[in-house]
Write a protein that binds this ligand. Structure first.
Ligand SMILES: NC(=O)c1ccc[n+]([C@@H]2O[C@H](COP(=O)([O-])OP(=O)(O)OC[C@H]3O[C@@H](n4cnc5c(N)ncnc54)[C@H](OP(=O)(O)O)[C@@H]3O)[C@@H](O)[C@H]2O)c1
Length: 314
């Protein structure tokens, strides 16, 4: 079969022949229809992710551990848990029986690869209990997940949406009510957070410095009742650590949640169905750069820009 084959840690996958996967007992071979290349896949291939060891144990290997494909009986499914060295950037891959779920009719497989990012955005409701009319701050709004979070906030009835990013051109493309550029001095950023108003819910893809400064902005400088702000931790593109001064929690009313709060098979199922319904109705749109598998080498190096997801189709 044809596959994107990685020969060394930190290398670039090449389009070449690779032996077809042979299923062991309890496994099934999947014909791959689409696979998204995300930051996490590049981090794994570069040996910079905690899961790198598992996926890079045998070289050469095929990157990307989930995708959309067709079972031998013709059912189109979203799959995960590929058996390394087989990955999703190939014509075929192999997974344990049951490590997949059907994709509803009428959903393009390339779109289906990006739906997880919209489900993640729904944690502003599942984790933080967003109510219609509330103000949402999307920290890191110019990426794929951030742009979807703006759409999701709108669909959930947010009253006001404030978006942060570090590029004015991209910020201007967003359908937010106000934008904040984080690539300014700490003082200027704190002032911008202050001036953009109170926030009920923050969905945070950045963490690190911008969120430390947000906490400073949320901390009252007089004795006053704090306005509760529920922050949902989702990503960490600006830094994995955060200094939280004691008074930032004690006096601000800030509540810090992980995106996994309140997640259960039922709430995941509801979030998935909600995203499917919005997608079918055309209310939620996904920005995708489709690339044939044969172009993986240049596409991997080029990446995707301006909030678009690179989706590879064999
Ligand atoms: N996609 C998902 O479903 C999902 C699920 C859970 C968690 N996450 C996490 O959420 C984060 C974003 O994912 P994504 O898929 O949206 O990534 P993405 O499309 O690559 O977007 C990343 C965004 O972060 C910005 N950025 C990068 N470094 C920054 C920095 N130092 N300071 C400020 N902004 C910075 C980039 O801005 P520029 O355009 O200016 O470079 C870009 O807008 C990642 O940490 C990811 O692991 C994603």
């Amino acid at each position: 079969m044809k596959a994107a084959v990685l020969h060394e840690v930190g290398g670039v996958p090449r389009f070449e022949e690779f032996p077809d996967p042979v299923p062991a007992e309890g496994e099934v071979v999947i014909e791959v229809l689409a696979a998204a290349v995300e930051n996490v896949d590049k981090a794994v291939a570069a040996g910079k992710h905690y899961a790198s060891g598992k996926y890079l144990a045998t070289m050469p290997m095929i990157p990307v551990f989930d995708g959309i494909g067709r079972l031998p009986d013709g059912t189109v499914v979203g799959f995960g848990n590929v058996r390394s060295p087989y990955g999703a950037l190939a014509e075929k891959t192999v997974v344990p029986e049951g490590a997949y779920a059907p994709i509803p009719d009428g959903i393009d497989p390339a779109v289906a690869t990006v739906m997880a990012s919209a489900i993640t955005a729904l944690t502003m409701k599942t984790a933080a209990g967003l109510q219609p009319g509330e103000t949402v701050l999307v920290q890191g709004a110019t990426g794929v997940a951030g742009r979807l979070a703006i759409q999701v906030a709108r669909l959930l009835g947010a009253g006001r949406i404030v978006a942060t990013g570090r590029d004015d051109t991209q910020l201007a493309e967003l359908r937010a009510d106000a934008t904040i550029n984080t690539a300014v001095s700490d003082e200027a950023l704190q002032k911008a957070f202050d001036e953009a108003g109170a926030y009920d819910v923050v969905i945070d893809f950045l963490w690190g410095r911008p969120t430390e400064i947000l906490l400073r902005a949320l901390t009252p400088d007089t004795f006053a009742f704090g306005t509760p702000t529920r922050i949902v931790q989702v990503g960490e593109v600006a830094g994995s650590d955060l200094v939280v001064p004691a008074d930032a929690l004690r006096t601000s009313g800030v509540e810090l949640y992980g995106a996994g709060r309140n997640l259960s098979p039922e709430s995941m199922g509801e979030a998935y169905q909600q995203v499917v319904d919005w997608t079918r109705a055309g209310e939620l749109t996904f920005a995708i750069d489709r690339v044939p598998l044969s172009e993986i080498e240049s596409a991997w190096q080029r990446g995707s820009s301006r909030g678009r997801r690179l989706v590879v189709q064999p």
